[in-house]
Design a protein around this ligand. Structure first.
Ligand code: GUN
Length: 289
């Protein structure tokens, strides 16, 4: 059996089309959604991500501003910029690109963002809402993963889901989203014993570690849905996920490719969150509360 390939690019295009419609409605009501992206230092991957975010904003009619600060920026300076953006009514979404150069503390900086403008969903208030199953801005990659799973048509209720990786950005939030969808969720990580025994039990396997080839076909249950969140650049320059695509393709029921799977969905969800934030902050103007 060869797995179905889940087309993240196509689904992202659909999501963005819907977002463009929302942007048009907002603009007609006098609200131009705005996203501020803060990049500190010169990490080449981050520079590419930020450029891509700006390009997507332009395509959808969202106003965007990029603030590029030097790597030796002091935490107080960065927090002062966040405060300035918190106070700016034209800015509805604020994103500080991670990772931050040392010694800047990501928890401190992300906690400085107004939770209503926190389009990354990394603020403790938004993560707390996610934990409690309440409405709030949800981290983009996990939200994109859930949309991909739903689009794959797989039943989640009561199924065994295994998440490999426990980061605050992906592993932990996606586990909670799946729990919210009534899955039985197991989280594995670097200290997990017998990883393969656990992954082989998964009807749905989400891998977000950052290690090329971590999961091969022998570790996957026949027919499982496999979501590969990894983005690893090989010495050859080729970008691959955490899943050994050729061997898993022969075992899984469905799989996301890298590139073209989770990545495009992350951006689409960022655009969606920016519009949601703009709606949230303009309740009165839009005749809602
Ligand atoms: N770095 C890698 N992924 C992300 C993300 O989703 N948001 C931010 N801000 N930085 C990242």
């Amino acid at each position: 059996m060869t797995a179905k390939i889940i087309d993240g690019k196509a689904l992202a295009t659909q999501v963005k089309q819907a977002v463009r419609g929302e942007v048009e409605k907002l603009v007609a009501a006098g609200v131009l959604p705005g996203l501020a992206v803060v990049l500190v230092g010169d990490d080449p991957a981050s520079q590419i991500y930020v450029r891509n975010k700006k390009k997507n904003c332009e395509e959808l009619g969202i106003a965007s501003q990029v603030y590029h600060l030097p790597a030796d920026t002091k935490e107080e300076e960065l927090k002062a910029l966040v405060d300035q953006l918190n106070a700016d009514p034209k800015v509805h979404g604020i994103l500080v690109q991670l990772p931050l150069p040392a010694p800047l503390r990501e928890e401190e900086v992300t906690a400085q963002i107004n939770p209503e403008k926190d389009v990354d969903g990394f603020h403790p208030v938004n993560l707390g809402r996610l934990l409690r199953g309440e409405k709030g801005l949800c981290p983009c990659t996990p939200a994109g993963i859930l949309a991909l799973i739903k689009a794959s048509g797989v039943e989640v209720v009561g199924r065994d889901c295994v998440v490999v990786g426990r980061s605050n950005i992906v592993g932990k939030p996606v586990a909670h989203l799946l729990l919210q969808e009534h899955a039985t969720v197991t989280i594995c990580h670097s200290r997990t014993r017998n990883l393969a025994d656990l992954t082989r039990r998964a009807d749905l396997l989400v891998v977000a570690v950052g290690k090329a080839g971590l999961i091969d076909g022998s570790m996957v249950k026949p027919g499982a849905v496999v979501i590969d969140v990894g983005m690893n650049r090989l010495p050859s320059g080729k970008v691959v996920g955490d899943v050994d695509f050729p061997s898993v393709l022969e075992v899984a029921g469905a799989i996301t490719p890298v590139p073209g799977g989770v990545g495009p969905m992350t951006i689409a969800m960022l655009m969606k969150n920016t519009v949601e934030a703009a709606i949230l902050q303009n309740g009165e103007k839009l005749g809602k509360d």
